[in-house]
Write a protein that binds this ligand. Structure first.
Ligand SMILES: [Fe+2]
Length: 292
């Protein structure tokens, strides 16, 4: 029987979890305990995991439907389930600071929720670190649930009925051009600005770099509100910055957590991390008028 040991990492969210080995053959009680911990803590780190791609994908499927990786899917139509984070290629070679892909990945340094730009956004992301930089490369996390809890009542009422348009091409174009096939595969979508966890009823708002505008608001008012909500969630005291160790497996709840990568010297360090995601349960609305 797995026995989880949970140590909180920040006053608002996050936990370090030991006493369990992540794999595809975990008992139902272990999976249920992890699901409960996701709903409660939003970010979980399981250190010293003996991971493989096979184990990670099998575990991902214990939590729900594995999400097709959107870059390969958009460019080629091929369904794959892993994203490689970092500068080490499948053949083991390392890309340095000057490589275009290293630059492209700097888009992950903007606060975001994974796949918020998809019609059905992610439930959780699962990221395992195989090789991590000795310096830099932390991932920072912040809770939109805690930030919602800090809002005054009138602000909560103001945002409750609103929606936001999430647009990958809008956000990623700020750092690098998007492949035309990839762009065509990701039309803007609309999601509720306020979401609620179906199990514990806790609410959060849902913003981040892919959130482009608020239907019914002017461009300036849209940006003012979206930027204000983002700033309220990501004050220095609200952030937990995870310093990766090789063997860490992390799970975060994209429904209510923002994250961003931080820089590292890709000329000096190797970074090889593998990510899978689980499809969420709440479907947004394809906002066809935004495509004009
Ligand atoms: Fe991300």
């Amino acid at each position: 029987m797995n026995q989880l040991h949970i140590e909180p990492l920040h006053d608002d969210f996050g936990a370090r979890v030991t006493g369990i080995a992540i794999s595809g053959d975990m008992p139902d009680t272990g999976v249920a305990a992890i699901r409960d911990a996701i709903d409660t803590y939003s970010f979980l780190c399981f250190p010293d995991q003996d991971m493989t791609d096979e184990k990670q994908l099998a575990f991902t499927r214990l939590l729900g439907e594995a999400e097709a990786e959107h870059v390969v899917l958009g460019k080629t139509g091929k369904v794959t389930y892993f994203g490689t984070v970092g500068n080490v290629q499948d053949d083991g070679t390392k890309r340095g600071n000057a490589h275009a892909n290293t630059h492209y990945q700097t888009g992950n340094q903007l606060w975001h929720s994974d796949s918020s730009f998809r019609e059905v956004p992610s439930f959780v992301s699962i990221l395992h670190g195989y090789e991590v930089p000795g310096e830099g490369g932390e991932t920072a996390f912040a809770s939109m649930r805690a930030a919602y809890g800090r809002l005054a009542g009138d602000m909560r009422e103001t945002i409750e009925p609103l929606h936001a348009i999430h647009d990958y091409v809008y956000s990623r174009s700020q750092v690098a051009p998007v492949d035309p096939n990839h762009a065509a595969s990701l039309p803007p979508v609309m999601h509720r600005l306020v979401r609620e966890n179906p199990l514990n009823g806790l609410k959060n708002y849902y913003v981040g770099s892919h959130a482009r505008s608020i239907p019914g608001c002017s461009g300036a008012d849209s940006r003012r509100l979206l930027d204000d909500l983002l700033a309220r969630a990501t004050r220095p005291r609200d952030i937990y910055a995870h310093r990766w160790r090789a063997g860490d497996t992390a799970i975060w709840d994209n429904r209510c957590i923002l994250h961003r990568g931080t820089g590292y010297d890709a000329d000096r360090w190797r970074r090889r991390m593998r990510q899978t995601r689980v499809v969420g349960g709440e479907k947004g609305v394809i906002h066809t008028s935004a495509m004009a």
